[in-house]
Design a protein around this ligand. Structure first.
Ligand code: SF4
Length: 328
């Protein structure tokens, strides 16, 4: 974090009391950030977990502050944050040399045209990888972002617009990130092969094809359980960047038109226990699509994304899996 820049921006908006949000990876430094910002402002640290720039705290947390400072992410441009939020991006500075990167996977498949994308912490590393691949003779491009993203090539776990932009022009996609969260979502979202370059370990290109196929099979099994459902709960997440009320209301109407029952529910911290006593046959979660796709094992009732609902009840997708993405 550049404290000077954050302090300057907070002074510009005349903030006096602030809520500080840190991702788990930066929490070990909480005393340093708190002490630095406390020289100029009254600081309250949010100890709650938060999910990203879609989640800048609750109404209760905002009540007594003039602004939120969120470290580690960048804003979602089309979200109306309701309170001033200062985002301070965290760029991972652990530069790794790409010189020893094994490119056999690309050579074996004769992939020459590469679409490159990244999670926000690895923007710099993605630029360096792009340069490296170009020097090796590859054509490399980063796809254009839509209004939910700030940079070309940037990905969120709920938005892969740069990959859709490049899908028809390239042979494959490479995602620079850590862990498989973004890369798995990417492979569920596009047809061309997606490789993860995990910037932790193992530092190599790994295809996400088979993992995504396994995941899709498990999603279809979950969707099949919902086919006979009569009672649905359609959930709207109240987090500022996950709020899709219009979509939820449309689905409620569609379910009722099918002669089935549906209730509309608000949730802020979705967990299986919230829904257990509702005895619903199916939960449709319109907030973060990854709750349904990645955490479904934790729920007793089948839990679907909005697109999965469309696939099974409205026959969308022509047999192809559709990843739910938040695009506006
Ligand atoms: Fe990440 Fe989910 Fe929020 Fe999208 S909605 S930014 S995937 S936590």
């Amino acid at each position: 974090m550049d404290p000077g820049r954050v302090i300057e921006r907070l002074k510009e908006i005349k903030a006096k009391r602030i809520l500080l949000q840190l991702p788990d990876g930066l929490k070990p430094h909480v005393f340093d950030y708190f002490n630095e910002l406390s020289k100029n402002f009254n600081v309250i640290v949010s100890s709650s977990g938060f999910y990203g720039a879609c989640d800048t705290g609750t109404m209760d947390e905002w009540k007594n502050v003039d602004a939120v400072v969120q470290l580690g992410h960048t804003e979602i441009p089309n979200v109306n944050y309701k309170v001033p939020v200062i985002f301070e991006e965290y760029i991972n500075e652990d530069h790794r040399s790409f010189n020893d990167l094994d490119l056999t996977e690309l050579e074996r498949n004769n992939y020459k045209n590469i679409s490159l994308a990244y999670s926000i912490q690895y923007r710099q590393s993605a630029e360096e990888l792009s340069k490296f691949l170009k020097e090796k003779g590859y054509n490399v491009s980063m796809g254009k972002h839509d209004s939910r993203l700030k940079y070309d090539g940037q990905l969120l776990g709920c938005n892969f617009s740069p990959l859709h932009d490049q899908e028809s022009r390239n042979d494959c996609h490479i995602i620079v990130s850590t862990g498989v969260f973004h890369a798995l979502g990417a492979q569920l979202s596009v047809e061309k092969e997606v490789f993860i370059l995990d910037m932790s370990e193992p530092f190599r290109l790994r295809s996400m094809k088979s993992e995504a196929e396994r995941h899709i099979r498990r999603r279809y099994a979950n969707m099949a359980r919902a086919l006979e459902a009569k009672k649905f709960v359609v959930v709207v997440d109240t987090k500022v960047g996950q709020y899709r009320m219009k979509l939820a209301e449309k689905m409620i109407k569609e379910i009722q038109d099918m002669g089935k029952s549906a209730v509309l529910a608000y949730s802020n911290e979705s967990s299986p226990v919230e829904f257990e006593n509702m005895m619903a046959d199916c939960i449709i979660f319109t907030g973060c699509p990854r709750v349904a796709t990645d955490d479904f094992d934790r729920y007793k009732s089948p839990i679907l994304t909005a697109q999965e609902f469309n696939m099974i009840f409205k026959k969308k997708g022509n047999g192809k899996y559709i990843m739910d993405e938040i695009v506006n």
